[in-house]
Design a protein around this ligand. Structure first.
Ligand code: ATP
Length: 254
């Protein structure tokens, strides 16, 4: 399946007031790949993620995921189809336990809100017992099992990123959009996060990763897409991108 396109965007544009954040951008993510999305600050990467996950509506252009346009879908329908994202600053609920955060990840697929989840009668909780086991096993696999019953707010920034990544796995994703997994994370945890991405990729999950840490990008990705000033600047293998003088100029000129 390595040659099938899982996600594609065509001619996406988005402006905020007078700022053209994303300008006629097209992108393809192959099923089974780890694809990098890089570019100088303000290049439009996060805006592109917001468009790809239907968090914001494009001024023009289209996004197709797994053979279908996503424009008409609500957030929970998109995650049920297997497209999930993380955020530059990990969005965990500080006043809930690490485990509860994981279980909310699974609920993203049903579109239930926090109250509906927490006030549910016991008789519908059998399925949730399975999810609990899955959550604990995922926490175990990312080294957070000992923190399962602690407040998520007590985690370090890097541990929150791990939690967000593990939580994304609760939705049985086909594609995870990772927004700067290494930002503000210590080197040991960065290596761990990279290892999890590689392991889950080998299990069949596709990744699109925004990252400023070039070691992470170059070691993980088979294909890299470069944005600059809201437009497609280049795409290719890590080697091709490293040797591309336009890419170098875009970074030096920022
Ligand atoms: P970074 O690497 O610094 O996170 P980025 O490549 O993710 O940057 P974006 O955050 O997508 O870039 O921003 C692209 C441009 O759009 C910037 O000029 C930014 O100021 C602008 N922008 C993004 N979101 C908004 C918004 N909601 N309102 C106004 N301007 C915005």
């Amino acid at each position: 399946t390595a040659n099938l396109t899982l996600l594609s965007a065509q001619g996406l544009s988005k402006s905020f007031g007078g700022i053209q954040a994303v300008n006629q951008v097209s992108l393809e993510v192959k099923a089974g790949s780890i694809t990098g999305l890089i570019g100088p600050n303000g290049a439009g990467k996060t805006t592109l993620f917001n468009l790809l996950s239907n968090f914001i509506v494009p001024d023009s252009g289209e996004v197709w995921f797994d053979g279908q346009p996503i424009q008409q879908l609500r957030a929970h329908q998109i995650s049920r189809r297997g497209l999930i994202r993380t955020f530059q600053v990990a969005r965990v609920l500080s006043r809930l336990s690490v485990l509860e955060n994981m279980l909310l990840g699974a609920q993203q697929q049903t579109g239930e809100n926090l109250f509906q989840v927490l006030l549910k009668p016991k008789r519908v909780r059998r399925e949730e017992k399975k999810q609990r086991e899955r959550a604990l096993s995922l926490l175990e696999s990312v080294g957070l099992a000992a923190k399962a019953y602690e407040y998520a707010g007590a985690l370090s920034g890097g541990q929150r990123k791990l939690l967000e990544l593990a939580r994304a796995m609760m939705t049985n994703p086909k594609l995870i959009l990772l927004d700067e997994p290494a930002a503000g994370v210590n080197p040991t945890l960065i290596n761990q996060i990279s290892d999890h991405v590689l392991r889950w990729n080998q299990e069949g999950i596709t990744f699109l990763i925004i990252e400023h840490n070039m070691d992470v990008i170059m070691s993980l990705c088979q294909t890299i897409c470069v944005l600059a000033e809201g437009t497609n600047l280049a795409h290719g293998t890590p080697q091709e991108i490293q040797g591309n003088s336009q890419v170098l100029e875009a970074y030096l000129g920022q």
